[in-house]
Write a protein that binds this ligand. Structure first.
Ligand code: SAM
Ligand code: SF4
Ligand code: FES
Length: 339
């Protein structure tokens, strides 16, 4: 039964909700083998590295799961200067990276004008730029695109509207959806994704998330196992979400065979070698941290985040070693979906 579902997925890259639910409820390494096979067929053996710059931990939002939520008074807040951001970019460029990702909380200090200025500075280098700075207006997304941003990451987090609204005070599911659609319409390579293991999240709802990625034809999908943070309302949530997140990721690879899928930092936080396990289960991207060591512990979305005491150079060498050790190589292109 599972075999026939996997054969269908490998051939047609389509599954019904019921079939996805069966896969999510199963415990078979065949799913990961199938996803790995499809990754190799469509994306090859090269792994794309995206240098992650966590440029501000200041956020006006109050997402129930996130350590950066504005009501967490226990973290020390920071924002990088333009010069510090550009130093991180140079580091990534010198390491041969072809993409940097500018990620942060929704920090109003970084106005449209400031972000556009930073984008233009970054785009002087021959690299692709991804933004992950949350919900903005149509005009802002348009301005960032015109300034040179290539990609935008915005997870839907969950497609269950009631759950979404329960976890995001003063935010609306419709607006989240509208933002993702606007990003797509403006011609960004569009990344989305979900958290896996949130309280009250069902297997059916995860199946809906996977179908949503297919429906909007996402170019990138990042799957994060939810990790409870002690200074949030979800402090007592389930800590054991690695296996389920890996399944969601593998099924996503089967039905969207040519997209970019990162082996996420949260996966490695939950399990030793979580990223290499993910790379062998459908993922083809890693996002090593390029942020200076002094800031890393402060970008605490969840506890025990990896690499917080390491330097960018340590991460550059470490991840390269891990990728080569599993018989993969490092990509030399910018890694657009159709590269
Ligand atoms: N503020 C932007 C946004 O929310 O889209 C970008 C930065 S936000 C920190 C990046 C991602 O971190 C979110 O999309 C969310 O899925 C993830 N995240 C936050 N808290 C988490 C937690 N406790 N466990 C796992 N992932 C988490
Ligand atoms: Fe802010 Fe993003 Fe964290 Fe929500 S997930 S509190 S928007 S940084
Ligand atoms: Fe940072 Fe391994 S990737 S130390």
């Amino acid at each position: 039964m599972l075999r026939s579902i996997l054969d269908k997925a490998k051939k047609e890259h389509n599954l019904t909700k019921e079939e996805i639910i069966q896969l999510l409820n199963s415990d078979t390494s065949l799913l990961f083998e199938a996803a790995n096979e499809i990754r190799e067929k469509y994306k090859g053996n090269s792994v794309h590295l995206r240098g992650l710059i966590e440029f501000t931990n200041i956020c006006k939002n109050n997402c129930f799961y996130c350590g950066l939520r504005c009501e967490n008074k226990k973290i020390e807040r920071y924002r990088l200067t333009e010069e510090e951001i550009l130093n991180c970019v140079k580091r990534a460029v010198n390491a041969g990276y072809k993409t940097v990702v500018l990620q942060g909380g929704e920090d109003n200090y970084f106005t449209q004008e400031k972000i556009c200025k930073i984008i233009k500075q970054i785009k002087k280098y021959d690299i692709a730029l991804t933004l992950s700075i949350g919900e903005k207006t149509y005009e802002e997304y348009k301005a960032f695109k015109e300034a040179g941003a290539d990609r935008y990451l915005m997870r839907i987090e969950t497609t269950d509207k009631n759950l979404y609204e329960a976890l995001h005070p003063n935010m609306s599911f419709e607006n989240r959806l509208e933002c993702i659609k606007t990003i797509k319409k403006l011609g960004y390579e569009t990344g989305t994704g979900c958290l896996v293991g949130l309280p009250n999240q069902t297997i059916e709802s995860l199946a809906n998330d996977i179908l949503f990625f297919k429906e909007i034809n996402a170019d990138m999908v990042g799957i994060g196992p939810f990790i409870p943070h002690p200074q949030t309302p979800l402090a007592n949530g389930n800590k054991d979400n690695f296996d389920l997140a890996l399944k969601v990721m593998a099924i996503t690879r089967l039905i969207l065979p040519d997209i970019n899928i990162p082996a996420t930092t949260a996966m490695e936080t939950l399990k030793e070698n979580g990223r290499t396990i993910a790379l062998n289960s459908g993922a083809n991207v890693v996002m090593p941290n390029m942020t200076d060591t002094v800031y890393r512990a402060k970008y605490e979305l969840y506890p025990n985040k990896i690499c917080i005491n390491d330097s960018p150079d340590t991460c550059i060498n470490c991840i390269k070693g891990k990728i080569l050790s599993i018989g993969r190589d490092i990509a030399v292109s910018k890694g657009f979906r159709n590269d």
